[in-house]
Write a protein that binds this ligand. Structure first.
Ligand SMILES: *Cc1c(COP(=O)(O)O)cnc(C)c1O
Length: 368
């Protein structure tokens, strides 16, 4: 019997498509190495399945958000080192030093603590300086850069091997993005006077195809790796879909005219209606915000509108116009026929919010 036969909802993950998407970037930017971003369950694709598939794909680091995600990358048996993108608590730093994970540096207090832990374990601590060029989230401010390189050089157990920053409006504000790039370039020049910086990275998905940051030699790839480019580009056509979310019809009934569907009867049938109940809801990550927005699923080659509110475990769709629907039939919820962008605009959110909402109840099935 097929593995998914008893699944109410599952996400089919195409790791070959991810490798293809990495190769698109490799071809466009042959001089840059790549850091696939695998935070938040690899954007909903499942962290272990993704890092195992990409470990040998000529990549430099796996970008994660937390030490616990770094531990999962390591436990999956990867030789690629995790890079923790954001700030860490003092209590997390020991584990970082012991395991040799890469961490970000936002100031001298962190540097001092990392240095003392390096001394304790007699290990060099590899860090990348984060420069806040405008994101306002973490990093050293450009006004605090002068003299920083000399100070950091004095820490015996620190090896500052990289400098990075994060763009805050690459898909919205071109002029501001260019200012961020200039601020980053100035920080690289400043720090390079005293430090050797083999890893220099600034651009992520919204910037890789559309901006040039001359001193960089690595790109951080989240959404583009997963087939979604936030900026118009001729290269977007080359990207492949990496995740298709499916669910099954659990029950099929005909409701009479004037019958409410789902909580609070925000939808009322205007004639006899063939209604399929589908085995997924907001508990699986199909956002409640999609209720009454015209959201639709793709079933037996037809689009079927969601009726009334999304419930925790089930949605109801109109299949009156679709012939031959049976309990057990598979509906595409998100994928090539129902792209991220469609759900994003209906739920009035951003694409990464749609994809990272797919919950732990949904098994990930890796296509090979
Ligand atoms: C999440 C994250 C990324 C990935 O962003 P995408 O737009 O999905 O490519 C890159 N860099 C940092 C610092 C991040 O936090």
């Amino acid at each position: 019997m097929e593995q998914t036969a008893t699944y109410r909802a599952w996400a089919e993950v195409d790791t070959e498509a991810m490798k293809h998407n990495l190769n698109v970037v490799r071809r466009v930017m042959p001089d840059h190495s790549r850091m696939p971003i695998v935070k938040a369950e690899a954007y909903g694709h499942g962290i272990e399945g993704v890092v195992k598939a990409l470990d040998n794909e000529d990549i430099r680091f796996f970008g994660v958000a937390t030490p616990s995600e770094a531990a999962r990358v390591q436990a999956a048996g990867c030789r690629t080192c995790p890079f923790i993108l954001g700030p860490c608590f003092p209590a997390e730093r020991e584990m970082i030093v012991q395991n040799g994970w890469r961490a970000a540096l936002s100031g001298l207090d962190e540097a001092e603590h990392f240095n003392s832990l390096g001394k304790l374990y007699n290990k060099k601590v590899n860090l990348h300086i984060n420069v806040d060029t405008g994101m306002g989230r973490a990093g050293v401010l450009p006004c605090d850069m002068p003299g920083l390189g000399e100070r950091l050089k004095q820490f015996e157990y620190l090896n500052v091997e990289g400098i990075y920053s994060h763009l805050s409006a690459a898909s919205q504000d071109i002029a501001f993005t260019h200012r961020q790039i200039r601020a980053y370039e100035a920080a690289v020049r400043e720090l390079s006077v005293s430090l050797d910086l083999p890893y220099r990275h600034l651009c992520s998905s919204a910037a890789v195809f559309n901006y040039k940051a001359p001193s960089t030699n690595m790109v951080r790839l989240g959404r583009i790796l997963y087939g979604y480019s936030p900026m118009p580009s001729p290269h977007n056509r080359e990207l492949r879909n990496t995740l298709t979310l499916y669910s099954r019809v659990t029950l099929l009934r005909t409701l009479p005219s004037d019958h409410g569907v789902s909580y609070n009867h925000t939808y009322i049938t205007d004639g006899p209606t063939r209604v399929a109940t589908i085995g997924l809801g907001f508990g699986d990550g199909y956002l409640h915000y999609l209720s009454n927005t015209g959201a639709r699923v793709y079933l037996n080659g037809e689009y079927c509108p969601v009726l009334g509110r999304v419930t925790m475990d089930q949605i109801m769709v109109d299949v009156t116009h679709v012939s031959g629907v049976q309990a057990g039939d598979v509906a595409e919820i998100l994928g090539p026929n129902v792209p991220w962008a469609e759900l994003t605009s209906r739920a009035k959110t951003i694409p990464s919010n749609i994809i990272t909402s797919i919950s732990g109840r949904v098994p990930r099935v890796y296509k090979s």
